[in-house]
Design a protein around this ligand. Structure first.
Ligand code: PTJ
Length: 260
C-alpha cells in the first residue's frame, strides 16, 4: 500500500501500475527498465511540461490535423501510462490507435486490445490476425503492422519508441511524431516532431490544441516549426538542472521533513 502522504506517491503508484501491467501481459519486462530511464530524465526536467514541449505538442496537433491518414502507435508502457487519455483522443478525433510491439506475443496484443476496448476505445487496430502485414525495411517484430493503419499512414505518432522503427518509417516517406523524455535517443533525433515530455502529460494538451486549431493555423505552425531547435532547448533545460541552488534544495527537504 502506498500512502497518499508519501512525497513520491504518484510516481510510486505509476510504477506499481506498470508492474501489474507486466503481470497482466500488457507491459514487457523491459518496459520497467525503459520507465526508469524516462523517470530519470523527467526528474531533471522538473517533472513539468516546458515551453519547448508545448510548441512540439502544438506542431504534433497541426501535423495530425492536416494528415490524410494519421495513426497513433501503442505499446505496453503507453497503454498503462495514458491508455485512458489515448482512447479519449482517438474516439473524439477518429484517429486510430494501432498496437505495435517490440516484444511481440499474441497474449500481449490481445491483452492490450481488451484493456483499450474496456476503456471504450472504438478505433483499435493491430489485434486482428487477418489484417497483419509487414513493413519492408525492418527486422524487429515492429515490422508486423496492420494493413489498415501504419502500412498506409502518412503520419505516425510513435511514443516511447526503441529507435529502429522511426528510421524505417522515415525512409518509407512517413512523417513521424514521437514522445521521448530522452532528447538524445535515436528516435528523438530521427523524428520530424519530438515531444520531450512525460507521455502522462501529453494527450490532454494534444487534444486541446487539435480541436482549438483551424487548418490554416495548422499549416502556419508547421511552416515555422524547427525540431532541432526544440531538441536543443530540451538539452539546455536538462543541463541547467545541474545548476540548482543546493542550499535552497536542502532547506526545502528539511522543511518537508519538519527538520527545521
Ligand atoms: O511494449 P513493447 O514490447 O513495444 O516495448 C516497449 C519498450 C518501451 C520496452 C521498448 O519500446 C523499449 O525498449 O524502449 P526504449 O529503447 O527503452 O526507449 C523508450 C524511451 O522512452 C526512452 O528513451 C525513455 O527515456 C523514454 N520514456 C520512458 N518513459 C517515458 C518516456 N518518454 C516519455 N514519457 C515516459 N513516461
Amino acid at each position: 500500500m502506498i500512502p497518499d502522504s508519501h512525497p513520491r506517491s504518484r510516481s510510486l503508484k505509476t510504477r506499481h501500475a506498470l508492474i501489474d501491467g507486466v503481470k497482466n501481459d500488457i507491459v514487457a519486462e523491459s518496459g520497467l527498465i525503459a520507465h526508469g530511464r524516462g523517470e530519470a530524465f523527467d526528474y531533471l526536467l522538473g517533472e513539468k511540461t516546458h515551453v519547448f514541449a508545448l510548441n512540439a505538442i502544438k506542431a504534433a496537433a497541426a501535423l495530425l490535423k492536416t494528415a490524410n491518414h494519421p495513426v497513433i502507435s501503442v505499446n505496453g508502457n503507453t497503454t498503462i501510462l495514458c491508455g485512458k487519455e489515448m482512447v479519449e483522443f482517438s474516439n473524439v478525433s477518429g484517429i486510430p490507435l494501432e498496437i505495435n510491439l517490440f516484444y511481440r506475443r499474441p497474449e500481449r496484443y490481445r491483452a492490450i486490445y481488451s484493456y483499450l476496448s474496456n476503456l471504450g476505445g472504438k478505433h483499435i487496430l493491430g489485434a486482428d490476425e487477418t489484417k497483419f502485414t509487414e513493413l519492408p525495411n525492418l527486422e524487429s517484430f515492429r515490422r508486423v503492422v496492420d494493413a489498415r493503419g501504419i502500412l498506409i499512414a502518412d503520419v505516425v505518432m510513435v511514443p516511447l519508441e526503441d529507435g529502429d522503427r522511426t528510421e524505417a518509417l522515415v525512409k518509407l516517406g512517413k512523417k513521424v511524431i514521437t514522445v521521448d523524455l530522452n532528447p538524445l535517443s535515436r528516435t528523438a533525433l530521427a523524428s520530424d516532431i519530438t515531444i520531450v515530455d512525460n507521455i502522462q502529460r501529453v494527450f490532454p494538451l494534444l487534444q486541446k490544441f487539435f480541436f482549438e486549431m483551424d487548418n490554416e493555423t495548422a499549416h502556419e505552425i508547421l511552416e515555422n516549426y524547427d525540431n532541432s531547435f526544440i531538441i536543443k532547448e530540451a538539452l539546455e533545460t536538462i543541463s541547467s538542472a545541474w545548476k540548482v541552488d543546493l542550499n535552497e534544495k536542502f532547506e526545502e527537504i528539511r522543511k518537508q521533513k519538519g527538520m527545521t
